[in-house]
Design a protein around this ligand. Sequence first.
Ligand code: ZEM
Length: 293
Amino acid sequence: FSGKEVKPKGPFTPKFEDYQQVYNTVAKALEEHDEYDDGSYGPVLLRLAWHASGTYDKETGTGGSNGATMRFTPEGDHGANAGLKAARDFLDPIKEKFPWISYSDLWILSGICAIQEMQGPHIPFRPGRTDRDVSFCTPDGRLPDASQEQKHLRTIFGRMGFNDQEIVALSGAHALGRCHTDRSGYDGPWTFSPTTLTNDYYKLLIEEKWAWKKWSGPKQFEDVTTKSLMMLPTDMVLIKDKSFRQYVEKYAKDNDAFFKDFADVVTRLFELGVPFTTGEDARWTFKSSFDEA
Ligand code: ZEM
């Protein structure tokens, strides 16, 4: 008996610096893999975080970003999630490097990293999501269907707890990325700078002329001037519906107002259904590569 006290090694409790290290690793991987799509995995990482969160149902408390159940069949195979394997595969080596982070925290942290590294606003983060098994998969049909109208948008986003203004603010994410014929069936980007977050989505909705695209694919709009941009039927609803339109006009005129409202509503979206043990004052803000050292 040595008499030496053996302290039980408790579980590793990661701190802000540890999560910032994960953030930096995602940011570096984004920079390194500029061969993908329009030059960035950023948009598809944001879409992963949104589809993980957007399954939330406020009545039953089911769904949301806690659980990362999209890793499993059937949720991973839901039509709305087509193509998101690219984002999950991109994150696999990062999960291996930081095994202590849950998939569900990693997906949300990566969505935040994508927004910030595409020059969007800072999105506060707090950890606390745990991974759950296949039995927590949400039923198909909880995410929006792009072929529908305002009633559908209000039903889907109302189920998550969002109002008209918040639906419009969230939709500004479509400044980023594109539609892929082998994923949703739709085709093309919404803006000319799909890897930089701006209020261009709103500006283009209002300032461009849009017409039905003549093709054999699903019904979508194209800009009359260049025929290189697109809008989904649900995007056009935002200027057809009077209540939605007032917010499109506001954000088209005022990028700061868009960034502020976008940051607020995305923060809430990403926290839906998560049983945090810490308060909102425990949220952290990650430093992006654009911030001063
Ligand atoms: Zn999207 N989205 N989305 N979205 N989305 C696509 C792509 C992206 C809808 C929708 O049907 C589609 C929000 C809201 C809504 C992003 C973020 C957010 C695509 C194309 C479709 C069809 C998928 C493909 O083919 O690859 C509908 C109907 C919505 C209701 C309003 C919200 C909210 C988002 C985040 C806050 C992003 C970043 C993309 C681009 C993905 C990529 O791979 O480029």
